[in-house]
Design a protein around this ligand. Structure first.
Ligand code: NAD
Length: 515
């Protein structure tokens, strides 16, 4: 009921106000959309309608962009130390409200409360990093490039930037975007996932409590139409997108055609390569956690394991570990994994499991028919393991995005590396081994943007960047870290001359060269 306080529009019937409508944020005010069209936000463990998210009208979208445009001149001229202090306060408030944020995420998205805390925490780390923006945004200076002439470069904000978010990290991914953009001096229009918009609204309230001025952060809700409006709008200079390949490539093409910068983080098929010399217990724990954590709905989930050499004993132990996991609503203290996001997602995942079986894979563990007592209507799928998977199978070619682990075999490390490199995605890949020589070969030859060595989910902390590659990323500059600052800034280079000009040198029309 956190949005009830905003559902005050007299145009809306009481039926629409209960469950509450999620407000837009325009020019510093949380407002109900005038549109009566909305989408239900559904608790995936219970099917209860938590709130309704409006399909924002075009006029409201224009008002949000206009508010961001109006706020830009004074925000970009606000001292960097002031902007940083707002982030210092913002990180403190996120910590204060961590439990509320996590509960909202579990209610709307389904992941366990512990995992929801991790979702907030990984975003919080980006806010902490933005607190040091003055150093990150520093320019460069070369004195006396010619006699009496100096050149320096400044990293200036772009103007209005926009962000379009996926459902799987409702706090972390908005926090990858607007704190970095705003601390660089930009203003922002955020479009949260229509499946779980609550955390974005709560974070925006905290950012404003921390002192973020009106109009610096705006939020609009909706789906394809609002996304297309973001891509087309002449006042928006850059678009950050995280989500599926279909949407991401569309947004990359449409936004770029309008002359915008676009960074697009997309889908994945992350492989774990297990060598016979890998430490058994640590590797099994890592594979189970990275394959089934968050019900497999992480873009860095390890969804495919390639065993080098004999795989049978690994697979049997993996099955025993996976069987022991507790599937339950995310609010239950014993839950290891919660439901998947929607009934449609569950159907799609079950169809891909069946397609694997139909094309010759062996179902070692089948989680499709699980019933969770007390939550019989939830979108639950238990841990599922398919072995004898080959590269031509649909379940291998498609991103499943559910608690399903695919097992493959290779005779050598070379063969395993070839399997990984032939896959179109390149978000992450990990090797498990006690051989430094093998690990070094893997790190050098593997075609993935984020590599783990005995680390299952190698997502870099914010002083590095999130560096997915191949079909997992479109654009040039990655999210957060130095690349994130470069994405949200443009370079201005100044050449200055302060010297007593000799009056007798006359006019020269030749190309100036260093004197
Ligand atoms: P999605 O692409 O369905 O939705 C993401 C956003 O795009 C939403 O805000 C949605 O409203 C919008 N959208 C969806 N279809 C659209 C269309 N046709 N036109 C315009 N806008 C559209 O993604 P999702 O299901 O919310 O998230 C899961 C996906 O995100 C997975 O593929 C996952 O791998 C990926 N993901 C990637 C990363 C990464 O950093 N690489 C991180 C998290 C999630």
């Amino acid at each position: 009921q956190i949005f009830a306080k905003y559902s005050t529009s007299p145009e809306l019937s009481s039926q629409l106000r209960n469950p509450p409508r999620v407000p837009n944020l325009i020019g510093g005010t949380f407002v109900d959309s005038k549109s009566s069209a909305s989408i239900d936000v559904i608790n995936p463990a219970t099917q209860e309608v938590v709130s309704r998210v409006p399909l924002t009208t075009n006029e409201e979208f224009k008002a949000a962009v206009s508010a961001a445009k109006q706020a830009f001149p004074s925000w970009r001229n606000t001292p960097i130390t002031t902007r940083q202090r707002i982030m210092f306060k913002f990180q403190e408030l996120i910590r204060r409200d961590m439990d509320k944020l996590a509960m909202n995420i579990t209610t709307e998205q389904g992941k366990t409360l512990k995992d929801a805390h991790g979702d907030v925490f990984r975003g919080l780390e980006v806010v902490e990093h933005a607190c040091g923006m003055a150093t990150l945004q520093m320019g460069e200076y070369v004195p006396n490039v010619s006699n009496g002439i100096d050149t320096y470069s400044l990293r200036e904000p772009l103007g209005v930037c926009a962000g379009i978010c996926p459902f799987n990290f409702p706090a972390m991914i908005p926090l990858w975007m607007f704190p970095v953009a705003a601390t660089c001096g930009n203003t922002f229009v955020l479009k949260p996932s229509e499946k779980d918009p609550g955390a974005s609204i709560m974070l925006a309230e905290l950012a404003m409590e921390a002192g973020l001025p009106k109009g610096v952060l705006n939020i609009v809700h909706g789906t394809n139409d609002i996304v297309n409006a973001i891509c087309d709008d002449d006042d928006i200079r850059a678009v950050s997108f995280v989500g599926s390949n279909i949407a991401g490539m569309h947004i990359y093409a449409r936004g770029s055609a309008k002359g915008k910068r676009v960074q697009s983080n997309m889908g994945a098929k992350n492989h774990g390569v297990v060598l016979p010399d890998a430490s058994a217990d640590a590797t099994l724990n890592a594979l189970v956690a990275a394959g089934f954590g968050a019900a497999g709905q992480r873009c860095m989930a390890l969804s495919t394991i390639v065993f080098v050499g004999d795989s049978e004993s690994w697979e049997n132990k993996l099955m025993e570990c996976a069987k022991a996991l507790k599937v339950n609503a995310g609010t239950e203290p014993d839950a290891d994994l919660g439901p998947v996001i929607s009934k449609q997602a569950k159907e799609r995942i079950c169809r891909l499991i069946q397609s694997g079986v139909d094309s010759g894979a062996r179902l070692l563990l089948d989680g499709r028919n699980i019933v969770v007592p007390g939550y019989e209507h939830g979108n639950f799928i238990g841990p599922t393991i398919l072995t004898d998977v080959t590269a031509d199978m649909e379940c291998y070619k498609e991103e499943i995005f559910g608690p399903v682990l695919l097992c493959m075999r290779a005779d050598s490390l070379e063969e395993a590396i070839n399997i990984v490199n032939n896959n179109k995605y390149g978000n992450g890949a990990s090797i498990f081994t006690s051989s430094g020589v093998a690990a070094r070969k893997f790190q050098t030859e593997i075609e993935a943007g984020q590599v783990g060595i005995n680390v299952p989910i190698p997502v870099p902390l914010p002083f590095f960047s999130f560096t997915g590659s191949k079909a997992s990323f479109a654009g040039d500059l990655n999210f957060y870290g130095k690349a994130g600052v470069n994405f949200y800034t443009q370079i201005k280079t100044v050449t200055q001359q302060w010297k007593d000009l000799p009056g007798s040198s006359g006019v020269s029309l030749a190309m100036p060269t260093s004197q």
